[in-house]
Design a protein around this ligand. Structure first.
Ligand code: SF4
Length: 218
């Protein structure tokens, strides 16, 4: 079974609990949601278009090819992202079997149950709220999983009411919550960050900047 890959690259984790750590990113193509502010639109549909940052020369890869692309970097930290990477869990398993010496985290929107939990050290789940433009959906990765943290993208002060209600109804502990500013440019991210930090201090949530936007890197 082949993996549909958008890109493999080496960078710094730009958000969440592992922010600042060097990591290899495996970005898989295809997503089951359509967020209005999606900053990875090149990875939400499966096409034959290769992005300029891609290190791969084909969009559909066997396990050995993806492994080679990952292992060429001097780093044992892998971030599996997308798109929505849980759409390709069956194809991921043979690859993960060969990466048992890696620290592996996954970015997911929480719409799909995990079959690959045992291979992961951390699950970064980002439930999408009304401001994303998606229809609300049930959370499939529950806070009882001790590997999961929840990252909420905040675009507007109105989002906070919805986030608090979501956290309460899904019984998510405050210490598992990360708030991140929405925005695809530095100025907007900085403006939103200023008031989000105050909310985090008040409510006991964690704040995550978006380093890749603030520093203009991938
Ligand atoms: S879930 Fe993520 S990848 Fe999918 S559309 Fe939303 S922001 Fe983009």
């Amino acid at each position: 079974m082949k993996l549909i890959v958008s890109e493999v690259f080496y960078s710094i984790q730009g958000e969440g609990p592992n922010i600042g750590k060097p990591a290899v990113f495996l970005r898989l193509s295809g997503c089951n949601l359509r967020c209005g502010w999606c900053d990875t639109k090149h990875a939400i549909t499966i096409t034959n278009t290769i992005t300029s940052t891609s290190n791969c020369n084909s969009i559909s890869y066997g396990c050995a090819q993806v492994l080679k692309n990952i292992k060429k970097y001097p780093c044992r930290h892998l971030v599996i992202t997308g798109g929505e990477p849980t759409l390709q869990q069956d194809a991921l398993i043979p690859l993960l079997e060969k990466l048992k010496d890696y620290y592996i985290e996954i970015e997911t929107n929480g719409t799909i149950r995990l079959k690959i939990n045992k291979y992961l050290e951390q699950i970064n789940c980002s439930p999408k709220l009304a401001s994303s433009g998606n229809t609300p959906y049930p959370l499939k990765i529950k806070p009882t999983n001790n590997k999961v943290v929840y990252k909420f993208v905040v675009a507007d002060k109105k989002d906070l009411k919805e986030i608090k209600a979501y956290i309460k109804s899904n019984k998510i502990p405050d210490e598992k919550v990360w708030l991140m500013p929405e925005g695809v440019n530095k100025k907007i991210v900085q403006e939103i960050s200023e008031w989000i930090i105050e909310i985090c201090k008040k409510e006991g949530y964690n704040f995550s900047p978006r380093l890749h936007i603030l520093l203009n890197f991938q």
